[in-house]
Design a protein around this ligand. Structure first.
Ligand code: 8X3
Length: 245
């Protein structure tokens, strides 16, 4: 048991929930944050953690969250996601703003607010869940690509700015992970979401949580700067091998 506090954002499902479970199993005192408080409380009860409501796009919500979490050693910035697959010519700018608000400003807002506690822990770690989309643009991806490239740039800057402080900064960039990601991206269209993973063995949320746990449980002097994690069936953002039944 480390007993150190680990905060996981976007923890009500998918990679966030899997990471919360895994970090609790590793002995962290886990605080889960998300907007869907019912699911969050069930998860917190399951893992012996604490649920605190969190909307990363709302400064008052982030302030209240941080007031409830005076100590924090590890922050996993997982909240985020994609909205649509619009070509630039048909961009829905409201959705693009929303992607920037969650994936970029949301991560920065939470990180900034928790940073004093993370530094004060004497052995802090900030892990951000990015995406292969932060490395490879693809048709229809521009709104999400821009957001994920943006947060990757910001956290790379943070890594440099924190040099000399007792804080590690890591980015985990997965490819296809079968979670609610595509259902949310396609506005609840489950058939369209299922097509994304058709004929492929995608990563699971647990696979990504495993990578996060690996980074977090290295000795303190080891900083996993970045990790791109793809399914064996995926060799690039849109380079996928689909098995026929
Ligand atoms: C999710 C992966 O390729 O749909 O972050 O952008 S992708």
């Amino acid at each position: 048991m480390t007993g150190r506090v680990a905060v996981v954002t976007g923890a009500s499902s998918g990679i966030g929930a899997a990471t919360a479970r895994r970090l609790a199993a590793e002995g962290f005192d886990v605080v889960v944050g998300a907007r869907r408080i019912d699911r969050l409380e069930a998860l917190a009860a399951e893992i012996g953690g604490r649920a605190v409501g969190l909307d990363v796009t709302d400064q008052a919500s982030v302030d209240a969250f941080c007031a409830a979490v005076p100590e924090c050693a590890v922050l996993v910035n997982n909240a985020g996601g994609a909205l649509g697959l619009d070509p630039v010519a048909e961009a829905d700018l409201d959705r693009w703003e929303a992607m920037y608000a969650t994936n970029v400003l949301g991560v920065i807002r939470v990180t900034k607010a928790l940073l004093p506690a993370i530094v004060a822990s004497g052995d802090g770690h900030i892990v951000t869940v990015g995406s292969i989309a932060a490395h490879e643009p693809y048709p229809g991806g521009a709104g999400y690509n821009a957001a994920k490239f943006g947060v990757r740039a910001a956290m790379s800057v943070l890594r440099q700015e924190l040099l000399g402080q007792p804080v590690r900064v890591t980015e985990i960039d997965p490819g296809m992970v079968e979670t609610e990601f595509s259902i949310v991206r396609f506005g609840g269209d489950e058939a369209r979401a299922a097509k994304v993973y058709e004929g492929v063995t995608p990563l699971t949320a647990d696979d990504v949580a495993d990578c996060i746990a690996f980074a977090v449980t290295r000795p303190s002097h080891v900083n996993i700067d970045a990790m791109i994690v793809l399914a064996r069936d995926q060799a690039g953002a849109r380079h996928v091998h689909r098995h026929t039944p």
